[in-house]
Structure formats: structure tokens, C-alpha cells
Design a protein around this ligand. Structure first.
Ligand SMILES: N[C@@H](CCC(=O)N[C@@H](CS)C(=O)NCC(=O)O)C(=O)O
Length: 214
């Protein structure tokens, strides 16, 4: 049994959905609506003490933090590999993962944006500039790293954990209307990924808890 606790529009959950799909692992989903604060419920904190999504319940334990979950998947389901075989390659992929997961995403997630508005009095324009700044700084560096180490994908010519992080972050950038034209390589990799069934099936709009279109 594998149950992914997530939310359709959560980019950290989206990362894990991609990795599960790439490894062809069956899973069920439990949704926690971030808009209503459902992720803060006591019952969910029993599963995930931080009250954040995603969390992965498995027969081998319950795990939190999307990057730890993806590394667990890599160890338990090694095929296909989402990390290169050689240590330098693995370090480069993990650096790209950290760039997105540690240096972009935390600055733009829901509770930080809520705090900017509520605690610091930021208005819509200031919040938009904040989001664009941190995504822009991160994507500028990631564009360069993907140029140095990438081919068809962020690293080399097969999908890796770096792509599992890139695609959801591009989704967020587009949702927040960040200009993506300075990052042609990231845009090309994102498009190539979304052509693959594993990435397409993980897209927020295709999740059972997604808002109906229209
Ligand atoms: N570092 C964590 C981040 C988890 C996280 O912030 N998840 C977001 C959704 S993408 C969340 O639960 N946000 C709720 C909130 O900020 O209140 C991970 O990679 O799993």
C-alpha cells in the first residue's frame, strides 16, 4: 500500500507524483485542501508533524519532505534510476534539486506569502515582485546549470530528480505569471518532460481533487 497525502496544486506533491509515475509505482491519493487549512488538522499532523504536504504512507513507514520521499523511492525502486550512476553526476542533480526545493520554493509557498500579506502588510504588487524575484534568481542559475550539465533533460538525456523538481516549479512560475522568456533551456526541458506520460499524468489539472475547469 502506498498513499500519497497531497494536494493537486501543491508543487512539492507534484514532484512526488512525477517520481512515482516514472518508477511506475501504484499509489492512492489522500487530499488536504490547502485553501481551507485542512493540512493543519490534528489527524493529519499525526501523519505529518509539520502539517505540510506531501507525506507518503507505505508499508515500510510514513515519510515527509518531498526530496526525502523521492530519495526513498530511488532506493526502494531503483529502476529506472533518477540519479546518475557516478558520484559527481549525483551531486550535480542533487544540487539542482536543492536549488529548487531549498532556495526557490520555500520563499514562495503559501504560508510565507500569507505571512507577507498578514504580518508585513504586503499588497498584491509587492507579493508578485517577491515571487518573481526568487523564482528569477533561482531559474537564472538553474538555466546555467542545465546548460552545463543537461542535454534533453536537466542532467544528460534522461529524466532525473532535477526534472521532477523543475516541472512543478515552472508550473508555479506560470501560475504566478512570471516571465519565462529568459530561460529558454528550462522551457524546452519542461515541454519535453510534459510530453512524457509520467509527467503529464502528474499534472495538477489531471488530479482527482483538481478544481473543475470552467
Ligand atoms: N520542503 C517541503 C515543503 C512542503 C510544503 O511547503 N508544502 C506546501 C505545498 S507545496 C504546503 O503544504 N503548504 C502549506 C502552507 O504553506 O501552509 C517538501 O519539499 O515537502
Amino acid at each position: 500500500m502506498i498513499r500519497l497525502h497531497g494536494y493537486w496544486r501543491s508543487t512539492a506533491s507534484y514532484r512526488v507524483r512525477i517520481a512515482l509515475n516514472l518508477k511506475d509505482v501504484d499509489y492512492e491519493q489522500a487530499t488536504h485542501d490547502l485553501r481551507t487549512g485542512a493540512h493543519g488538522a490534528d489527524a493529519y499532523r499525526e501523519i505529518a508533524p509539520q502539517g505540510l504536504v506531501p507525506a507518503l504512507e507505505t508499508d515500510g513507514g510514513t515519510f515527509t519532505q518531498s526530496t526525502a520521499i523521492m530519495e526513498w523511492l530511488e532506493e526502494v525502486y531503483p529502476d529506472p534510476p533518477l540519479l546518475p550512476a557516478d558520484p559527481p553526476g549525483r551531486a550535480q542533480v542533487r544540487a539542482m534539486v536543492a536549488l529548487v526545493a531549498c532556495d526557490i520554493h520555500p520563499l514562495n509557498n503559501l504560508r510565507v506569502l500569507q505571512s507577507l500579506r498578514r504580518d508585513l502588510g504586503a499588497g498584491d504588487r509587492a507579493v508578485s515582485e517577491w515571487i518573481a524575484r526568487w523564482i528569477g534568481e533561482g531559474f537564472s542559475a538553474l538555466e546555467e546549470q542545465a546548460t552545463r550539465f543537461g542535454g534533453a533533460f536537466c542532467f544528460g538525456n534522461s529524466p532525473s530528480l532535477a526534472d521532477c523538481c523543475l516541472v512543478p516549479q515552472v508550473f508555479a512560475a506560470e501560475r504566478f505569471e512570471v516571465d519565462m522568456t529568459p530561460y529558454p533551456r528550462l522551457c524546452a526541458i519542461n515541454a519535453r518532460c510534459l510530453d512524457l506520460a509520467a509527467f503529464a499524468a502528474a499534472h495538477p489539472a489531471r488530479q482527482p481533487d483538481a478544481d473543475p475547469v470552467g
